[in-house]
Design a protein around this ligand. Structure first.
Ligand code: HEM
Length: 183
């Protein structure tokens, strides 16, 4: 099942590769595919525990794979910025970031995802799993970043915000219910 999940998640990349030659602005297209891929998978990585609480279905074993796939997309997204768009020129990277502060927000989200990916392996995860709650900060920052990056927000931006608010809201509700019960 996990290999199928990886294959499905990588399909958009295959599509991006196929469309690359005919794209009017290939770099923008790559930002689009990798950014949307990262944020969609990040939202999907929250679904297994929501499913378990609400309908009792246990998909928790796929959570790490989905999270790592989201990180892989985020890494490609950052590589588009550093390698393709800025041609590894650190002065350009610095200047672009000064002009577009939403890049700093994306950078913080990326660093959180990187730390989570590095500590997602068994031994470290056992010690540091409580810090993985930082995924909520990463998600909130990634939502802000993608919203801010657009001149005009469209259906995708409003949809991810709505799904993000529902998933985070359900967690707050579940947390409150647990604390009222155990009080
Ligand atoms: C160092 C980290 C990051 C950098 C430098 C960066 C850079 C950018 C840039 C320059 C754009 C605008 C592209 C355009 O011209 O349309 C953008 C858009 C976007 N970014 Fe990031 N980003 C970073 C991290 C992230 C992360 C961690 C996520 C998600 C988890 C993300 C998701 C998005 C999304 C969804 C868009 C909008 C894509 C679209 O609809 O075209 N970014 N990013």
């Amino acid at each position: 099942m996990k290999p199928l999940l990886v294959l499905l998640a990588l399909l958009p990349l295959g599509l991006a590769y196929y469309k690359l030659e005919s794209a009017i602005d290939p770099i923008k297209m790559l930002y689009n595919y990798t950014g949307i891929g990262a944020i969609t998978l990040l939202l999907l990585s929250l679904l297994p525990s929501t499913c378990k609480r609400i309908c009792g279905v246990n998909f928790l074993r796929y959570r790490k794979t989905i999270g790592l796939l989201s990180f892989a997309y985020a890494l490609l997204h950052v590589s588009v910025f550093v390698v393709l768009d800025s041609e590894l020129d650190f002065v350009t990277i610095f200047e672009k970031s000064l002009k577009k502060p939403f890049i700093y927000i994306g950078l913080i989200a990326f660093v959180i995802l990187l730390l989570m990916a590095l500590t997602s392996f068994k031994k470290l995860f056992a010690k540091l799993s409580k810090y993985h709650k930082a995924v909520y900060i990463a998600l909130a920052l990634a939502l802000l970043h993608s919203f801010w990056a657009q001149k005009v927000a469209g259906v995708f931006e409003y949809s991810v915000i709505a799904v993000g608010v529902v998933l985070l809201g359900e967690r707050v509700w579940a947390w409150k219910a647990l604390h009222v019960k155990t009080f």
